[in-house]
Design a protein around this ligand. Sequence first.
Ligand code: AMP
Length: 302
Amino acid sequence: MGLLVVGSIGLDDIETPFDKIQSALGGSTTYIALAASYFSGPVNIVGVVGDDFGKEHINMLEEHNVGLEGLQIVEGAKTFRYGCKYHYDLNVRDSLFTHLNVFEKFNPVIPDKDKKSSFIILGNIAPNLQLNVLEQLNNPKFIVCDTMNFWIERTYDELQNVLKKVNVLIINESEARLLSKEPNLIKAAKIISEVGPQYLIIKKGEHGALLFGENTIFSAPAYPMENIYDPTGAGDAFAGGFTGYLHKNRDFSFENLKRAVIYGSIMASFCVEKFSTKGLENLSFLEIHNRFIEFRELSKFD
Ligand code: AMP
């Protein structure tokens, strides 16, 4: 059965030290679905937009075999909008505005045909909505979850309930510290894993990622990048590549989870090379495969 993604779909205003763009396609679901679409299809999404959401975005998602039956388009409403500005150090960004608009009253409704989805990615939305989605599903086999500081700070208890139900939690370093109240990442991982997720991935931006589970740790290298234009969506692209790869081969061994982390890192690396979702729109399987080989060579030693 299919891969289902639930989260935000929006229009972003992004400013980096090199350029800026307005009303560009964004949202966690969008990045996740595009990245996953290179591994398995169809990737079905559940989300909401207003009638200002351009038809060209719908067409582009359809061209990537993204199933849109669960996309609600609300007449007379405005799409979720987010604006941010990156510092010269691209790891640091200031959020300039978050206009929830139609997303404020988002009630995710899973189409009947998607209720049997075996794989689900819970994108960055309120934990009570993530729980609501899980309740609508018919015994999913593999649940991947993302969250952010906003929810950890405001809805800690609800988030703990989500964590008890998921197979993989993907968060970044600062989120891991905030969630565990522990500065050391290894100790933080132990604290978070005790709550529930079978596996935990801590993304470390341009320094790679750590996979925790089965009493062991895998440290994935970062891809050395010369051209980072827009880091927006990198974490979502990671989640899409990671889960899409696992969905394709259904091998849940720790060795294969390690490969999935590398595919997640690869999709994140393509994502940041261009503005908005452009870096994920025109990839070939050969390009993805070649980057996998480069990753392997990068960290190989006797
Ligand atoms: P990130 O992975 O953090 O770089 O963010 C990727 C996308 O998340 C952007 O395209 C935004 O549209 C979206 N986003 C930003 N803030 C929120 C929020 N509070 N809830 C849901 N999505 C958001």
